[in-house]
Unconditional design. Structure first.
Lengths: 93, 93
């Protein structure tokens, strides 16, 4: 399945650490396309593994991660306005 | 078609103004689900109108907007880790 993952993490309570870890974990599984946006093809087990790794770092009262899942990448078209930053930003951390 | 719009706007060169305008324009067409993430059902003409309104505010050398388009919302599943912020954040500006 094709996955788009977006996150909005609070800077409160040592948020920088959460940011670093969530970024690193997502990078292992997906392509970084924009500051807090990742995308890529994952199997169900890979998605479960990604979620399990992320789970300990996400603070339910502060953070939000949305995972959009699409059964087939061909059903998903993509357009840019402005820059295409795919993996230009991967050296953020 | 079902649209997911994500943006990453630079704070340089009066970026706050760009942020305000891009946010307001997106809110007219889509639901705000996370800090820089919007989603919703649009016709092709509505999408063209949204892009035309956004175009003057996006600085090609600084900003990035990605529009994911899905022919059918039923092909798209959504999961949350942490908070579901759908429209909780709509009073940001």
């Amino acid at each position: 399945m094709y996955v788009i993952l977006v996150y909005d993490l609070s800077q409160e309570r040592n948020g920088a650490k959460t940011q670093r870890w969530v970024f690193k974990i997502c990078k292992k599984y997906l392509t970084h396309v924009q500051f807090s946006v990742f995308e890529g093809e994952l199997s169900q087990s890979q998605l479960e593994a990604l979620k399990a790794e992320l789970r300990p770092f996400v603070r339910d009262d502060l953070d939000s991660i949305i995972i959009f899942k699409n059964q087939n990448k061909n059903w998903l078209k993509k357009e840019y306005i402005g820059q295409d930053r795919e993996d230009l930003t991967s050296n953020i951390f």
